[in-house]
Design a protein around this ligand. Structure first.
Ligand code: EPZ
Length: 424
């Protein structure tokens, strides 16, 4: 397995291009199942996860082609006919978002057999909300040998779906299914995440009738058919946030390219509180760290517009060497603290108290061999490695490849000493 090596202590300077959003493009690719015409997704990032989902979609009958030059690539996904309605365990277990094909398969083909995704490193991650919502829309659902066996012989019908709490995935699946259902669906406690807006806007271009995107109540009037569309995927707010934190941790001064300040959302005031200056420029955002240690502050993760759980680990990476104490509370996933032990190996002072990590900043982190445990934990280790003294070796970097496009190339263009050691 490959390793990433980082020799710390270099402030990042220069320009960091922000790729298309992973968590938008995955449900957008799934949405291609809703139409027999082509969905063209511009600005698709080239990631292990997008390649994997392309594989899943091909199994179901999709033609998936990449087009364009490196750095402005796209995907063309067309499902003229759904040739299989079965998403097998071997494919779904590798990436949870594969389970999301359940909604469109059921809506367009009237049946689906999709493997339950199982838990993953960050928590048990059940799918009960998806299933409850689809049942309310008239689907028959049974569990057999680890699979959800779903059918809707007479098609799905609109329904009132009151989600007990916010789930991004359930919102994606139910919104997509409702787009082809008979009648109106109203989802309350829907996710307002920018990625849900992205998918909703693309569905609108495909002919769906959706209102309330970006709020917690989404109304969808089902239509009998959706057409193809060309849609540009939004930039990745999680990558932008992680890079802003990396610049801050390294005491650098660099630009996030192709984005404006909105992309940082609730991270922006937090960055300002800890001593990072942010300057909006034309088509870029300048992030200015400081020579002295940053000031510690506390955060608690929450659904959008709260502090994103996907930025919790990288934020902790920065707090490890801030001045003072930070309380970091994780409210979305029950086990998203696996980076803690790895950061401690680098000299961080962190203790866990239930859903809260107490981080007392140290003056200097030390390089160490560490292991990536999940996607966002991995970038926390990269950030810590950039700030640490010595050369940090990060193992299991396939986690990073799932969600960060050309990471070493982007960071080294800003002066970071980061390279990949390929396993022979
Ligand atoms: C999406 O996961 C993202 N994944 C996650 O990003 C992100 O962390 C998460 O939303 C929260 O923002 C993608 O977009 C591909 P949820 P999702 O359903 O949809 C519980 C990353 O690193 N729940 O909003 O799976 C669930 O267990 C990834 O890029 C149920 O109990 O998240 C969790 O505790 C990781 N029953 C909470 O809800 C259900 O039926 C929120 O999860 C569904 C969810």
């Amino acid at each position: 397995m490959d390793n990433i090596l980082i020799e710390g202590g270099v402030p990042l300077k220069g320009a960091l291009p922000i790729s298309g959003s992973k968590n938008a493009v995955l449900p957008l690719m799934v949405a291609a199942l809703l139409s027999d015409e082509a969905l063209i997704l511009q600005g698709t990032p080239r990631l292990a996860d997008t390649l994997h989902l392309a594989h899943v979609l091909r199994e179901l009958g999709a033609e998936v082609e990449a087009f364009g030059e490196a750095r402005d690539e796209g995907l063309r996904v067309q499902v003229r006919e759904i040739t299989s309605t079965r998403a097998p365990y071997e494919l779904v277990k590798k990436m949870r978002a594969s389970f999301w094909v359940l909604g469109p398969l059921l809506a367009r083909a009237g049946q689906a057999q999709v493997s339950l995704p199982g838990g993953c490193a960050i928590g048990t991650r059940p799918v009960d909300l998806y299933l409850q919502g689809l049942r309310l829309m008239g689907a028959q659902l049974d569990m057999e040998n680890g699979y959800v066996i779903a059918s809707a012989k007479n098609g799905l019908r609109g329904a009132q779906i009151d989600l007990p709490f916010i789930s991004v995935g359930a919102t994606h699946v139910l919104m997509q299914a409702a787009s082809l259902a008979d009648g109106e669906t109203c989802i309350t406690n829907a996710a307002a995440e920018p990625e849900v807006i992205d998918v909703g806007q693309c569905l609108q271009l495909m002919g769906a009738q959706i209102e309330g995107l970006g709020t917690n109540t989404i109304r969808i009037k089902g239509v009998s058919r959706l057409r193809g569309a060309t849609y540009r995927v939004a930039r990745d707010r999680i990558e932008a946030g992680a890079f802003a934190l990396a610049i801050a941790a390294s005491g650098g001064d660099a630009q996030l390219m192709g984005v404006n300040a909105d992309i940082l959302g609730s991270l922006r005031p937090v960055l300002e509180t800890i001593g990072v200056a942010i300057e909006a420029q034309e088509n870029s955002l300048r992030i200015i760290g400081q020579q002295d240690r940053l000031t510690a502050t506390s955060i608690s993760t929450a659904p959008y517009p709260g502090f994103a759980t996907d930025l919790q680990a990288p934020f902790m990476g920065v707090m490890c060497c801030a001045q003072g104490e930070s309380q970091i509370r994780e409210t979305i996933f029950e086990n998203r603290f696996m980076h803690v032990q790895e950061l401690v190996r680098m000299g961080a002072n962190i203790t866990l108290h239930g859903d809260t990590a107490r981080v007392r900043g140290v003056a200097q982190l030390q390089a160490a061999p560490v292991m990536a445990t999940d996607l966002r934990a991995s970038i926390a280790l990269v950030i810590a490695g950039l700030a640490a003294q010595g050369t940090t070796r990060i193992g299991r970097v396939y986690h990073l490849d799932r969600g960060y496009e050309r990471l070493e190339e982007k960071l080294s263009q800003c002066g970071a000493r980061i390279w990949r050691e390929r396993d022979s």
